[in-house]
Design a protein around this ligand. Structure first.
Ligand code: AP5
Ligand code: ZN
Length: 216
């Protein structure tokens, strides 16, 4: 199955991606995670991406498209994949469309997670992440067993550098201007499946399963 996860920052894309990729056994391709990995390892890509990410802006399309195409060409994507955070504007969607149609491949579902704006700000400002294993927590809705410590690996949790209020507001603005038009773009292709993301994590996942089927 080939799935795109669409939704504003904080909608729960990464959270739902964990369950989907575990159950449907497809690789999770998150452009945000790829950039953060490169920032952590201080690569050339990481140095470039950091300048945009910390300000809440999009990394340039040519760089992002190249990374995704390279990742999609790997063997583990032959049986399907889940794209999280890509495409993020119409130009990236067109690049993806070109890449897939040249290989006679098509997207099965575009899951659009819809969440109220106030809730998004609360989720992002309370998010904490593990710098070691990547696990995501929330200080109120998904706290770790021991405050500030990762349940999986015992590492000290941190706040993402783009989860400060200025970057959050900028990311929401960029979403409205650049990413939201994709709802119409994929709607015209009859691929959009709207998901109510305001509900608890497990209920959101149940809605996703009901829409895409449970043939793992
Ligand atoms: P990216 O990493 O993609 O971030 P984002 O889209 O802003 O999304 P987030 O990771 O913030 O949120 P999420 O929807 O995954 O929510 P999560 O599950 O963590 O991108 C970061 C940056 O990289 C971009 O700003 C850009 O600069 C760059 N970038 C990335 N892709 C790019 C591209 N294609 N082109 C150009 N630039 C690109 O959940 C959030 C919190 O809420 C967590 O604490 C979680 O525990 C909690 N939560 C989740 N679900 C629920 C629920 N149902 N109820 C209550 N709490 C919940
Ligand atoms: Zn951890």
């Amino acid at each position: 199955m080939r799935i795109i996860l669409l939704g504003p920052p904080g909608a729960g894309k990464g959270t739902q991606a964990e369950s989907i990729t575990r159950d449907y056994k497809i690789p999770h391709i998150s452009t945000g995670d790829i950039f953060r990995y490169n920032i952590k390892n201080n690569t050339e890509l990481g140095k470039l991406a950091k300048q945009y990410i910390d300000k809440g802006l999009l990394v340039p399309d040519d760089v992002t498209n190249r990374i995704v195409e390279d990742r999609l060409s790997k063997d583990d994507c032959k049986g399907g994949f889940l794209l999280d955070g890509y495409p993020r504007n119409v130009s990236q969607a067109e690049a993806l469309n070109k890449y897939l149609s040249e290989r006679n491949l098509k997207i099965d579902h575009v899951l659009n997670i819809v969440v109220d704006r106030d809730e998004l700000v609360k989720r992002l400002s309370g998010r904490r992440v593990c710098p070691s294993c990547g696990a995501t927590y929330h200080i109120f809705t998904k706290p770790p067993k021991v405050e500030g410590i990762c349940d999986n690996c015992g590492e000290k949790l941190i706040q993402r550098t783009d989860d400060n209020i200025d970057s959050v507001l900028k990311r929401l603005e960029v979403y409205e201007d650049e990413t939201k038009p994709l709802v119409e773009y994929y709607g015209n292709l009859n691929l959009i499946r709207n998901i109510n993301g305001n509900k608890p994590v497990n209920e959101v996942y149940e809605e996703i399963q009901a829409l895409i089927g449970d043939e793992f």
